[in-house]
Design a protein around this ligand. Structure first.
Ligand code: ADP
Length: 282
């Protein structure tokens, strides 16, 4: 399985979910089977007990799982049926680890966030990524993992660390990271500093962005000069910098990403052609 992790910086609610589902959709158009996992770094087991005015609408899955609305995006964009296990929360991970501890699974050892919680997170992702989610009944080729919250939060720290370890567990060819950042537009001037800062902290945590998706909360696209500046200061090539400006419908976001070469980039980066070749041989 190939994993594409989508993280976010600066502020929440900048469209990480839409960028993650759009990326999944584009890969699906190339013939790959795509699944997704949403990570919500809160202590609640699920969204079922949270006030809708605070958390937004609860999305109910076929198996009765009460989850974040992002899972609804994935089901619609990818035409898949997900289960409650496709939504990981801090609450679910901790309750799993504590249950194991009571059963004596760690007997004799001190149970810690690193490695026990971070290992549980990785095991969960690997297990769920293999579950068939579409009418083919076959295991997916690609799993999009959306990390809720923003990098640098205390809440998301165990998940960020789990992802750092995970890149080595699954190998470089099977792990790519898209970091979604905010580019504020100040009276027509596109500011790169928040992006520089968040990419810097991401690197400090041991994660290197393969793509930086720059969200502009205005209808103007990312300018070539801003793209070059982000490339220069964030240590990536300019073809790894994507602009995602405000569009009239979120269904335009896949086209925006496609026009900037996301399919070609990920195909090359994750050697996705190998999957197509293996499929043809079967
Ligand atoms: P996050 O996952 O970062 O919390 P979402 O993907 O849920 O953010 O998006 C937050 C809101 O912004 C949603 O209401 C979504 O419709 C809107 N949105 C996201 N991307 C765009 C875009 N490129 N143009 C316009 N609206 C967008």
């Amino acid at each position: 399985t190939k994993y594409i992790v989508v993280s976010g910086g600066v502020v929440s609610g900048i469209g990480k979910g839409v960028i993650a589902s759009s990326t999944g959709l584009l890969l699906k158009t190339t013939g790959l089977k795509v699944t997704s996992i949403k990570i919500d770094p809160y202590m609640n087991i699920d969204a079922g007990t949270m006030r809708p005015t605070e958390h937004g609408e609860v999305y109910v899955l076929n198996d009765g799982g009460e989850v974040d609305l992002d899972l609804g995006n994935y089901e619609r964009y990818l035409n898949v049926t997900l289960s409650r296990d496709n939504n990981i929360t801090t609450g679910k991970i901790y309750s799993e680890v504590i249950e194991k501890e009571r059963k004596g699974a760690y007997l004799g050892r001190t149970v810690q966030i690193v490695p026990h919680v971070t290992t549980e997170i990785q095991d969960w992702i690997e297990r769920v990524a293999k579950v068939p989610v579409d009418e083919t009944g076959l295991p997916p080729d690609v799993c999009i993992v959306e990390l809720g919250g923003t990098v640098g939060d205390i809440e998301s720290a165990p998940f960020v660390e789990a992802m750092r370890q995970f890149q080595f567990r699954v190998g470089h060819d099977n792990f790519a990271l898209i970091h979604v950042s905010l580019v504020p537009d100040m009276h027509g001037e596109q500011k790169t500093k928040p992006t520089q800062t968040t990419v810097h902290s991401l690197r400090g945590l041991g994660l290197l962005p393969d793509l930086i998706a720059c969200r502009l909360l205005v209808p103007q696209p990312l300018s070539p000069a801003t793209k070059d500046k982000i490339s220069m200061f964030c240590h990536v090539t300019s073809k790894q910098v994507f602009g995602v400006h405000d569009v009239s419908s979120v269904y335009h976001v896949p086209l925006l990403l496609e026009s900037q070469g996301i399919i070609e980039y990920l195909t090359h980066r994750l050697k996705l052609d190998d999957i197509h070749i293996t499929d043809e041989m079967l």
